[in-house]
Design a protein around this ligand. Structure first.
Ligand code: AMP
Ligand code: MG
Length: 421
């Protein structure tokens, strides 16, 4: 073991540094069918009013309000998609169906339940008001109105709005292309029987899930060995065509921890250790588009010469996922243009005495339950960085500032919400 040469960076400062270096990737047009969960890259403006024409809200009769109380001859029909195209004369009515165009010459709709029909004559109730029972043009959206802001996540309603405005595709933030590598000679493929001293590569699948959830397109590189040259070749190849490199393991100060020197040789290591628990060895680097490889590739650099970002996550499963939450997820969201980079927070009453770590911010995992008006955070048990059970089913992360104070049971804290109970 040797002492780390990297200064311990404050967790908040490290997160800010990462975000400052994460590039916004730009937009691509995708059909509405591929829009769910994507981020709108430009504001969506209504090109026409919605509805575009006066549209009946009910089944009934289109009349003039001044004809209230009279008996009117029914001279035609306006069904959805089949308008009545002549001007309606005083003293007559038009049968109208929901979604039908309110014909010229009429100013309101009487519900079918409110009239008496005998043959071709309807008795209209008195006291009609012009404008009733139809949606005026622009009632839902005026032409030129801002519908959705850039940075909005596209869900069902947002996609429905785009379609209603006649947009078949939308500009969305490009997904970051992430190369994901696990490192460590103790790792075996999941499903293979580990020999003594070996463990399944679980981080790959946990991080794949977290990356996909954050919108990334992931290329799985498998398991990298604890051997500098082989690791270097793997990483250099992987970085071709990737925007981001995520590795797990190999960042602590053991002699087999090779990621930091590798990133150092390819680019600039901005963070090599953080005041964070779990996740102290978290490493962040940027790598120029033209990597510092011994034999540079001919031709222009890939991706228009954009710098790449590299995250060396610690090997312990909880550490890798917590550092993903704190550092990687917001960066991936920035790259896609999300306006909301961070998880939402909610006030939570601590249901236990949270002890602090002297020199590091701690993210403790809790489940939440309702108690009256409060959400109460209950520890998920041992917070060991190897114990994935501390994160499985956790609803929130509670940030405990460094020091010797801790946070007393009953205190209200702002918790980072991962899922609601
Ligand atoms: P390291 O950061 O490489 O020293 O790894 C720290 C701890 O995390 C060791 O106990 C490793 O066995 C474990 N670990 C590293 N990589 C993985 C992985 N991909 N899946 C599960 N555990 C891992
Ligand atoms: Mg290792």
């Amino acid at each position: 073991m040797r002492a780390s040469a990297y200064p311990l960076v404050d967790a908040g400062a490290a997160a800010a540094l990462v975000l400052a270096h994460a590039p916004v990737l730009g937009a691509e047009r995708v059909p509405l069918s591929d829009c769910p969960g994507r981020v709108l890259a430009e504001e969506l403006v209504a090109s026409a009013p919605l509805p575009a024409f006066p549209s009946s809200a009910v089944d009934g009769y289109a009349v003039r309000a001044v004809d209230g109380g009279k008996s009117l001859r029914v001279v035609g029909e306006s069904a959805a998609g089949r308008p009545f195209d002549s001007k309606v004369q005083p003293g007559t009515a038009i049968r109208i169906l929901t979604g039908g165009v309110l014909p010229d010459g009429t100013d309101c709709v009487v519900m079918v339940e409110d009239v008496e029909l005998s043959g071709e004559v309807v008795k209209i109730p008195a006291g009609l008001v012009a404008g009733q029972n139809f949606h005026a043009p622009g009632a839902d959206l005026r032409a030129g109105e801002e519908v959705l802001r850039a940075g909005t996540v596209l869900g069902a309603a947002e996609i429905g709005l785009a379609a209603a405005l006649g947009r078949a595709d939308l500009p969305v933030g490009r997904r970051p292309r992430v190369a994901l590598l696990s490192t460590g000679d103790e790792l075996v493929e999941v499903g293979k029987k580990p020999a003594r001293g070996q463990i399944p590569d679980s981080n790959r699948w946990a991080l794949l899930a977290a990356l996909r959830d954050a919108g990334a397109e992931v290329r799985l590189l498998g398991i990298g060995p604890d051997e500098p040259e082989a690791l270097r070749r793997l990483v250099v190849d992987a970085l071709e065509g990737a925007d981001v490199l995520v590795t797990s393991g190999g960042v602590s100060v053991g002699t087999h921890d090779l990621i930091k020197p590798l990133l150092e040789s390819l680019g600039d290591v901005h963070v090599g250790r953080v005041k964070l628990k779990p996740g102290k060895p978290f490493t962040f680097a940027t790598i120029p588009a033209r990597m510092r490889v011994s034999a540079p590739h001919p031709g222009p650099p890939p991706d228009g010469g954009r710098e790449k970002v590299a995250f060396g996550l610690p090997g312990f499963p909880v550490s890798s996922l917590v550092t993903f939450e704190v550092f990687v997820r917001p960066a991936l969201r920035k790259m896609q243009g999300y306006s909301q980079l961070q998880r939402p927070t909610l006030p939570v009453r601590l249901g236990y005495d949270a002890r602090a770590t002297a020199d590091r911010t701690e993210y403790q995992r809790v489940t939440l339950r309702r108690e009256g008006r409060d959400l109460v955070g209950v520890s998920t048990g041992s917070q060991s960085s190897s114990r994935l059970m501390s994160l499985a089913g956790a609803h929130a992360l509670v940030r405990i500032p460094p020091g010797d104070q801790g946070i007393k049971e009953g205190t209200i804290v702002e918790a980072m919400i991962l899922a609601l109970p």
